[in-house]
Design a protein around this ligand. Structure first.
Ligand SMILES: Nc1nc2c(ncn2[C@@H]2O[C@H](COP(=O)(O)OP(=O)(O)O)[C@@H](O)[C@H]2O)c(=O)[nH]1
Ligand SMILES: [Mg+2]
Length: 310
């Protein structure tokens, strides 16, 4: 077993932090280490929160941490939101509120950096989630701004994806157009204290019906984070969805499909890394001109790479 993973197994929090840095930096030992991480995984529940900036994701995460801790469970948070108080981007007030959790051993909070990782931020985040699992956290929460493909990719490894919406923000239609509705297992209408809640709920219900997955009814939960309302219900719905995934045939099918996507993605990454290195090492024989035919060029390079690696 990789020495870092041995230390993670012994609940060494610094080893956990080092392992996450290793995946961020795309360290050469990464895959070996992660393979051991995978074997050392416990049984954490992975929950993703996504939504527009300002929807209340960080506030929800903060409340959920308290709720989960009150249940006697430990929790890790991976924040991939540049505006998150975890990564230092938010208002001072938010950061002060977070501080109560920083002294708690049962809580680990980490924000992800983008630097260097070939597979990108999404890949590094998935690996970080599993590293937290190997450490033995009961729950891993991932907060991400749901804007780009890479943020959506992150959601491929979480068990439950919750999409956070707010009244009168207009983001629901944008999200619908971007095809993000399909990835959500649960909808949260946060800031339900603001006017426009009823209208948003009615619209959301219609949109949910149009994008129904067919197996399980997608739930809509109402929260007012500032008043600590709806958090119990939210956690209950997340738990129900978890049960669906792990104790029904349909849920098992869903998990198998997700697994397959991830394996394909890893293969794609590995091949890409290989081909890119090959091109760089053979740059005397391979010339890429600005006006060369990209199709022909790609095909030639790929064929050459296959021949040399056959
Ligand atoms: N009125 C109201 N404001 C909220 C609620 N939840 C969060 N906010 C406020 O919305 C702002 C953005 O919250 P934040 O958690 O940082 O959103 P994030 O960008 O999605 O992480 C903050 O000023 C919060 O205090 C809520 O339920 N009602
Ligand atoms: Mg945030």
């Amino acid at each position: 077993m990789h020495p870092l993973v041995e230390q993670i197994n012994e609940k060494n929090i610094r080893a956990l932090a080092r392992a996450i840095t290793m995946v961020e930096n795309d360290h050469p030992e990464k895959l070996d280490m992660l393979s051991d991480v995978f074997a050392a995984k416990k049984h954490a529940r992975y929950v993703g929160l996504t939504g527009s900036p300002g929807a209340g994701k960080s506030s929800l995460v903060n409340r959920m941490i308290t709720h989960i801790r009150n249940e006697g469970k430990t929790v890790a948070v991976i924040a991939v939101d540049p505006t998150s108080p975890f990564s230092g981007g938010a208002l001072l007030g938010d950061r002060v509120r977070m501080n109560e959790h920083f002294t708690d051993d049962g809580v680990y909070i980490r924000s992800m950096a983008t630097r260097g990782s070939l597979g990108g931020l999404a890949r590094a985040t998935k690996d970080a989630v599993r590293i937290c699992d190997a450490y033995g956290f009961d729950v891993v929460l991932v907060e991400t701004v749901g804007v780009g493909q890479s943020e959506l990719d992150i959601m491929k490894i979480v068990d439950t994806t919750a999409l956070v919406l707010t009244p009168n923000s207009g983001d629901v239609l944008q999200i619908f157009k971007a095809g993000i509705m399909e990835i959500a297992d649960l909808f949260i209408i946060n800031k339900a204290d603001l006017p426009g809640y009823g209208k948003l709920k009615a619209l959301l219900k219609e949109l949910v019906m149009m994008t129904a997955k067919g197996d399980q009814e997608t739930q809509i939960v109402k929260t007012i984070t500032t008043e600590n309302k709806g958090i119990d219900k939210l956690w209950q719905k997340i738990s129900e969805h978890h049960d669906f995934l792990y104790s029904t045939k349909e849920g098992q099918k869903r998990r198998r499909f997700q697994q397959q996507l991830e394996v394909y993605e890893l293969i794609r990454e590995e091949i890409w890394r290989d081909v890119k290195t090959y091109v760089e090492e053979n740059n005397r024989d391979i010339t890429i001109e600005a006006d060369s035919d990209p199709y022909q060029l790609a095909q030639n390079i790929f064929e050459k790479w296959k021949e040399d690696n056959g």
